[in-house]
Each structure stands twice: as C-alpha cells, then as structure tokens.
Design a binder for this molecule. Structure first.
Ligand SMILES: Nc1ncnc2c1ncn2[C@@H]1O[C@H](COP(=O)(O)OP(=O)(O)OP(=O)(O)O)[C@@H](O)[C@H]1O
Length: 299
C-alpha cells in the first residue's frame, strides 16, 4: 500500500535568475499534518503551487498520489488548495462558493460545511465582494475543511482572521482530522499557534529544504539554560550555542542538540535551569542568518 502521497526529488523552480525552489527533495506521508515553514520569499507558495499543478517545475521529479499531477483529474480531484488571496467570480455569494466546492470535491460534506458556516458566522447570501477580510479567509477555511480532500493544502489561510476564529480553525481541523484522517499541509508564520497541530515540519530557507523532521523530535532539539554567566559559560563549552544573552551576572544560552543525562547532571550541579525552546524560536534561530553574499541583489 502506498503511504507516501507526495514524492518530490530535486525539485527546482526558477523565475529568470531567481531560484525560488532549489533542489528540494521530500516525501509526504498519508494522514499526517505537515507544517511548511520558512521566512517570506523562502519558496513555500511556489512548492505548494507545483504540488497542486498550478505551476510547472523547472526541473526535478514530482509524484502526487503516485502520478504526475499535471492535467491529471485522478490526482487533482484529491487536492484542495486554499490560498490567502483566492479570487472568486464577480457576483458570487458565500452560498455559490459552497455549491461550486460541492461539485469540485468528491468527499465534500454539506452538513459539515453548514455547521462550519454557522461557527464562523458567515452570511450565506452575502456577496463575496462585500465580506470583510477575515470573513473572506473564513470562506476558504470552510471550503478547505469541508472538502475533506485527501491532500488539503492551506497557504497562510488566515489573513485578517481574529484570534477566536483562528482558534476555531485549529480546533475544528484537529477534531475533523481525528475522525476523517487526511493529509494536511499548512503554511504559516504563526508557528507557535499551530505548533500543537503539526506532526511533521518542513522548513524552507532561500529555496532550500533545511529541515525535514518529526515535530516531536524537533521539540527536543534545543533548550535554553540560564543561571550565572560563569556557570552558563562552563556548561556551553563544546556545545553548539544558537544564542547567548546576558544581563549583569545572569546569562541564558540556547543550545542545539540533545542533552545527555550527564549534561543534565552537570547543569544541575552548576545551578542552571532548563527551559524548552518552542518550535517558533528554533525555526527563527535556524533561518535568521542573512543570505551570505546575496544581499538584495537576487531580484
Ligand atoms: N511569478 C513569479 N515571478 C518571479 N518571481 C517569483 C514568482 N513567484 C515567486 N517568485 C519569487 O520566488 C521566491 C519564493 O516566493 P514564494 O512566494 O514561493 O515564497 P513564500 O515562502 O511563499 O513567501 P511568503 O511567506 O512571503 O508568502 C521569492 O523570491 C519570489 O519573489
């Protein structure tokens, strides 16, 4: 049985002299929630456009549900792609979007869509053009969830969405996913907010895949130690320190790598305190360096 629903090998996409996606290889397993993370312009949207056959790769191999996705209805029927700036035909009302979605997605659940519309307080008869920015995002989220597509891709789906609506999205996604497992790829900058949802993390930086790891494993990948600067110094020696901050005699160091029992005992004896590093902090650390030698010339 096929468990990888996406297989990408050496995927590259260039726009003139900009390499938006640079030899990226990864696999996506069925029935998992993936976070596709990275800074602005990293190449996330381009990858999602290629997976959903909205753009051609310049080179590399791509299989989605075991096949090339281009003009392939067997594959495309199984993908729902929700983007932040979705355009709808003039005059479309919320109910028209739902009707079209119903005809597009074989696993669409009308009753569930209705419940979500009520949850997100969407006025069915209102024209899409008259919706607020946040309501427009909610329309996309309702379509993405109710499509129950085997591969559902959300690209920054919540521009303008308030905190209550975002929490509703996360809760509904988790509940429905538990009942109807499918693969979700979520691209977002709100990493802390979605952190509990993610089972696997792909981090793209400047077109390259720099991290492809199970989210739980990643959560244990770094920690901060704090205490007296001299003790932090002694403990950090020989370890990979991502960040160091000092205030007076007190210091904090963010250390990459798993700490052994021996390390923990040493830290205790030095009077140091541990704290976990959030996924967001870790990713910020991993992607914060400037692009050496590239400046802003790349455009
Ligand atoms: N149609 C295009 N023509 C030229 N350059 C493009 C085009 N689409 C994307 N790019 C460039 O490719 C790079 C990756 O863009 P992409 O939209 O994939 O990034 P992203 O990770 O989704 O960013 P963000 O988080 O800001 O949405 C950027 O440098 C962007 O300027």
């Amino acid at each position: 049985m096929m468990t990888h629903i996406v297989e990408v090998n050496g995927l590259t996409k260039s726009f003139g002299n900009v390499t938006a996606v640079d030899h990226v290889s990864f696999k996506v397993e069925a029935n998992k929630i993936y976070g596709l993370l990275g800074r602005n312009g990293a190449g996330k949207t381009t990858i999602m456009h290629i997976l959903s056959a909205q753009q051609f790769a310049t080179s590399g191999e791509l299989k989605v549900f075991g096949e090339a996705p281009y003009e392939n209805s067997r594959v495309l029927n199984q993908i729902c792609f929700i983007k932040e700036s979705q355009k709808y035909p003039d005059g479309f009302r919320v109910m028209d979007v739902m009707e079209v979605a119903k005809s597009l997605y074989p696993d669409w659940d009308d009753a569930y869509a209705g419940a979500l519309i009520a949850d997100f307080r969407l006025p069915l008869k209102r024209k899409i053009k008259k919706l607020s920015r946040g309501m427009l995002s909610s329309v996309g989220i309702v379509v993405g969830l109710a499509s129950r597509a085997p591969l559902t891709i959300f690209d920054e789906p919540y521009l303008g969405l308030d905190a209550v609506a975002r929490a509703l999205f996360y809760d509904r996604l988790l509940e429905d996913y538990a009942e109807y497992p499918r693969t979700v790829i979520l691209s977002t900058h709100l990493i802390d907010e979605v952190s509990r949802l993610l089972e696997h993390v792909l981090v793209i930086d400047n077109g390259k895949l720099i991290l492809n790891e199970d989210a739980d494993a990643l959560r244990g990948r770094a920690c901060t130690v704090s205490g007296l600067a001299t003790a932090v110094d002694a403990f950090s020696r020989g370890k990979e320190v991502l960040e160091r901050q000092s205030i007076g005699a007190a210091s904090t160091a963010t250390i990459l790598g798993f700490l052994s029992d021996h390390d923990r005992k040493e830290a205790e004896s030095l009077g140091l305190e541990f704290a976990p590093v959030s996924l967001q902090q870790l990713i910020v650390h991993l992607t914060r360096t400037p692009l050496a030698g590239k400046g802003i010339e790349q455009a």
